[in-house]
Design a protein around this ligand. Structure first.
Ligand code: SF4
Ligand code: SF4
Length: 383
């Protein structure tokens, strides 16, 4: 039987149904249409019901930022600059195949960037209400879901039927539940998995376009890890402080934060952000009209662009309890005003449960790695 370490190491090679070459074949051999996305507000099921392939576009590398800064201000969030840089340099293989991009009016920087992006590839921008708790917000968002449906139907000369939406809701829910079973392994004490491994498995599932293959792989990983763990394979110390990471979405350039925690004795048990469990915690109801159910689930996304963002506070409080979290690290990307302003609310809230809290601001360069190690080591020692 493979060790837990080997199970994860084996995920580094070429994987069935995963990656840009698979996408290239889908486009060139099967004639598939591709829809690029950036944000977890994008209703994935609507795109799939149009027969198209939704794919999250590259936005987490420092390599394309210099090029982006020729058009965009330097003091803008690196995620926005990186996304735009990938688009104008044609360095993102998925962007290359995208027939249309779906964006949302989340933060100011992003919505303004879409105006320029539209000059490279057509962008359909969904207007996001600023709050999510009122009935008018939901009605407004429902209409945006319908407008997206119209756009895709026209673009791809197809009809998005209720039946197709229902089928896609089922498929996506199954992926969410399968991923949830995997990352909830970290509720065990000690956790059998590292935070970087949680990130890896979520990321691989996202870029495996056939969801049956993706789910089969994730289920097999979960089963094997659990079996080894029950046999006594423990890789992480039971005394390691258990850390929840929240804040802005993470990616290649910001894995330095998880590494700095885990290289210094911490155990990242929960990634609350959009590249972690946030999109998977709630499923789309299978008992309602599909458009209503989709609108409800996506508008509930606990993002700092929504005001007030009570959903995030509730989610973090619940996760702190369920994962027996000792400390929360709130990672904010430079110039992300919404997450930055929200740090006070998260900090104040966590005080009530005596949970340690650390806010770090970073960007996509690696020049602050030493400083991050120092701050995170001190934080872990304090627990
Ligand atoms: S943090 Fe908000 S704006 Fe950013 S990807 Fe998540 S939902 Fe979208
Ligand atoms: S990290 Fe913040 S500033 Fe950057 S795109 Fe997301 S919400 Fe906008």
């Amino acid at each position: 039987m493979q060790s837990i370490e080997e199970i994860f190491n084996n995920l580094d090679g070429e994987l069935e149904g995963h990656g840009p070459v698979v996408m290239k074949n889908m486009v060139e051999k099967e004639g598939k249409n591709v829809v690029g996305t950036y944000c977890v507000f994008t209703p994935y099921e609507v795109i799939r019901a149009a027969g198209a392939v939704p794919v999250t576009l590259c936005s987490t590398s420092n390599d394309t930022i210099d090029e982006a800064e020729k058009d965009l201000p330097r003091n803008l969030c690196p995620l926005i600059k990186s996304s735009y840089g990938f688009a104008i340099t044609d360095k993102c293989p998925y962007f290359h195949f995208a027939d249309i991009i779906v964006g949302e009016t989340t933060c100011d920087g992003k919505k303004k960037m879409y105006e320029y992006l539209n000059e490279v590839t057509p962008v359909h921008v969904m207007k996001l209400p600023q709050s999510s708790h009122r009935e008018v917000d939901l009605d407004f968002w429902k209409n945006e879901v319908l407008l997206l449906k119209d756009t895709l139907e026209e673009k791809f000369e197809t009809e998005i039927t209720e039946q197709r939406l229902k089928e896609e809701i089922k498929i996506k829910n199954e992926e969410r539940n399968t991923l949830k079973e995997f990352y909830e392994l970290a509720k065990l004490k000690p956790s059998p998995i590292y935070g970087s491994e949680i990130f890896k498995v979520l990321n691989i599932s996202s870029y495996t376009f056939d969801k049956e293959i993706a789910n089969k792989r994730t289920k097999a990983i979960t089963e094997k890890i659990l079996k080894n763990y029950k046999k006594g394979e423990k890789r992480i110390s039971a005394d390691a402080p258990r850390i929840l990471v929240t804040g802005c979405p993470m990616g290649a350039a910001t894995l330095k934060v998880i590494e700095a925690i885990e290289n210094n004795g911490g155990s990242v048990v929960c990634l609350e952000n959009c590249t972690g469990l946030k999109p998977n915690e709630e499923t789309v109801s299978e008992d309602k009209s599909p458009v209503d159910a989709i609108a409800e689930k996506y508008l509930n996304t606990p993002c700092s662009c929504i005001s007030p963002n009570d959903n995030r506070v509730e989610l973090i409080n619940r996760l702190v309890e369920e994962y027996q979290v000792d400390g929360v690290v709130d990672m904010v990307l430079q110039a992300c005003h919404t997450y930055n302003v929200e740090t006070k609310r998260i900090k104040d809230e966590l005080k009530k449960s005596n949970t340690s809290y650390l806010n770090i601001e970073t960007d996509y360069s690696q020049s602050d790695k030493g400083q991050l190690e120092t701050r995170l080591t001190a934080f872990l020692e304090m627990m």
